[in-house]
Ligand binder design. Structure first.
Ligand code: 7TS
Length: 408
């Protein structure tokens, strides 16, 4: 397990909310940030804030080195072959939209198929719907098994030689399901399709190796992995990125601008139009240092134990329904409903005990339809959560249940 002292590195966690110690169980929405990341941002703004890639003055060179150094940290973190394959974006949503708008619109045509699953986050649904609308391609869904997982048999049935793109989340933000990306990528490639991976909920929690997965594109967000908001990354295989057109045009991304025609810089800069996300990338680099220091396997192990503990304890609360597979098959997310209590009322009641969870459709309306619910509550765990946090959640759940059964 990770030493509970780690909480001291997250000053925000040391506060009371509504008269109770804060129990933060909403890291799937956004994680908290350790001191080392906050200090790195401070250092940049206090010490060498400057624009990058202009190569004239000292501060500018320091900022460029730190920004490009962060790219190298991301490369290593996901084991990409080259830092030219790492594009800084605003987050997962922007990264997936880049792939859809550039690669998708260029390569899909009427009669082609784009394959996703029912569990995807909206940011891995709507960009593909838009590609289908503009190209005439068809959007197909891999059905889910009863416990919310996907089976490779269904994957094989859905992907065909007409499939051009398969796009799938690595870990579900609702069910915690861990998808067999490596095997799905193999099936996609056998059918001549490319594999796009939404790693928003995996990169913060488990080791992600783009070469081992054989992902063609992979997207994630810095703010869910101890980094600042407003930064994320798109990994793409160099051979694919090289042939793709940028989708944003302007400063920084050009080689030469003529009156009628312009040419682009080489990778990765042709996809980073405008002043890039300098502070964000430097902060993300510090977050990666922090995660590597703890060890991704330790983080995964810690979260697995907390999730198992929570799953067992929550399962013992009468009237509490947990969605998705057994704790063995899931990452640190537990989505649930309490009989007779609307999830928004439930989350509000839990907040009155200082326990922060999310309620709603979790940007996964196709999955909500599949679950046949309009909303759920969700507790999500990260490296700083402890068994005491789970105990506080369960106490608050029991008290909420008692309150609602007394009142109604
Ligand atoms: N993909 C998945 C699997 C996600 O969980 C999220 C955000 C995104 C993509 C989008 O990431 P963004 O950083 O571009 O916004 N998920 C959630 C969530 O579960 N609750 O709030 C945001």
């Amino acid at each position: 397990m990770i030493n509970p002292d780690i909480k001291k590195q997250f000053p925000i966690l040391n506060q009371e909310v509504n008269g109770h110690p804060l129990v933060y169980l909403d890291s799937a929405a956004t994680s908290q940030k350790p001191l080392s990341v906050l200090e790195k941002l401070n250092e940049y703004y206090h010490g060498y804030n400057s624009n990058v890639h202009r190569g004239v003055h000292t501060l500018g060179n320091l900022a460029t080195d730190a920004y490009e150094g962060a790219r190298e940290k991301v490369r290593k973190f996901i084991n990409a072959k080259s830092s030219q394959e790492i594009i800084f974006t605003r987050g997962t949503t922007t990264a997936l939209n880049l792939v859809a708008s550039s690669y998708g619109r260029e390569h899909a045509k009427a009669g082609d198929e784009i394959v996703i699953t029912y569990m995807e986050h909206h940011s891995n649904v709507i960009p593909w719907q838009q590609v289908c609308k503009s190209t005439g391609a068809t959007l197909k869904y891999i059905p889910l098994e009863e416990n919310g997982t996907i089976s490779l048999d269904r994957v094989r049935e859905t992907i065909t030689p007409n499939t051009k793109i398969v796009s799938m989340m690595h870990v579900s933000n609702v069910l915690g399901v861990i998808n067999p990306i490596k095997e799905v990528a193999k099936i996609a490639h056998e059918n001549g399709a490319i594999m796009v991976v939404d790693a928003a909920q995996s990169a913060p929690h488990i080791k992600v190796d783009v070469q081992d997965l054989d992902a063609d594109f992979l997207a994630f967000s810095g703010h869910k992995m101890c980094g600042p908001t407003g930064v994320g990354a798109l990994y793409g295989k160099k051979a694919l990125l090289e042939k793709m057109e940028p989708i944003e045009f302007g400063g920084e991304m050009i080689d030469f601008v003529g009156l009628q025609e312009s040419t682009w810089k080489e990778l990765p800069w042709k996809f980073e139009g405008g002043t890039p996300i300098i502070a964000g990338a430097i902060g993300l680099g510090a977050a990666i240092d922090f995660l590597i220091e703890l060890g991704m396997d330790n983080i995964a192990d810690h979260e697995h134990k907390i999730t198992k503990y929570a799953y067992e304890k929550m399962s013992a609360i009468p009237g509490l329904l947990i969605y998705g597979p057994s704790p063995e098959e899931r990452a640190g997310v537990i989505t649930f409903n309490l009989d007779g209590v609307h999830p928004h009322d439930l989350a509000t009641a839990l907040d009155s005990f200082g326990v922060a969870v999310r309620a709603g459709h979790h940007c996964a309306q196709p999955l909500m339809k599949w679950l046949d619910v309009s909303a759920t509550a969700r507790a999500s765990f990260y490296l700083y959560n402890t068994e005491e946090d789970v105990d506080a959640l369960c106490d608050a759940l029991v008290k909420t249940k008692e309150y609602f059964s007394d009142v109604f």
